[in-house]
Design a protein around this ligand. Sequence first.
Ligand code: SF4
Length: 262
Amino acid sequence: MSDGRALAREFLEQQKLLGGESVILPDGPAPGLRPGSVTSPSSVVELTPGASPGKPEGLPPVGLSYDPPTSDLFSTDPVPQAPSLAAIAQLVAKCTKCRLCEARRHAVPGEGADDARLVVVGEGPGRVEDETGRPFVGPAGELLTKILAAIELPRERVFICNVVKCRPPENRVPQYDEIAACVPYLFRQIELVKPAVILAMGGTAAQTLLNTKQSLGALRNQVHRLRGIPVIVTYHPAALLRNPNWKKPTWDDVRIARRFID
Ligand code: SF4
């Protein structure tokens, strides 16, 4: 974290959204403030007093919070120390840590802006993703692009990835040991991007990011946190293609995520 002050401001802004108490920061510049951060020239961040934390007006209540362990100082594992998203992609491309490497045509590390304000996490690559090496392409990917456009976020301004980086056979759900082998890549990607919010699309993404077995239905409509970053849970676009009735709740979820970006 190169700029603790900017991060503190982002955190306070998010607390404001969640109905936190008033906090005043001392004057002073905030070098490297990221786009969309608090930029008041007075350097005073006024947070809404009186609201009940956990039941903020207009936002769902506070949910789970998960802090996965960070790298051991003396570890020789290159993943937690990878210096960039490109370095992660190189490691993923030659990874053989689980059986999913055996049938893949291309590993799919993820793509998008390395300073994205939103990280979208899905379950794993499907057939078209495996063929192209790109995440969320094909019909579900087109729907995701439309969802992002609806909240005025061009796809290229978002970082999009999956829990597992290689296609499970027949698009089955990734198994526990496969997720355990692959998830350090995801956590390092999130650590490098430092988004303002994470959108977990589908049960596998939500359960992995929050280290829980709760159902997607139980996890929706709450503001969870991964290492302090808000996590909003919603349906996977592929599920929306099967069941259009979930489009409205998905739209509600995505608009909640959008509020953490401005
Ligand atoms: S799914 Fe992840 S852990 Fe398994 S081989 Fe692919 S990159 Fe490696």
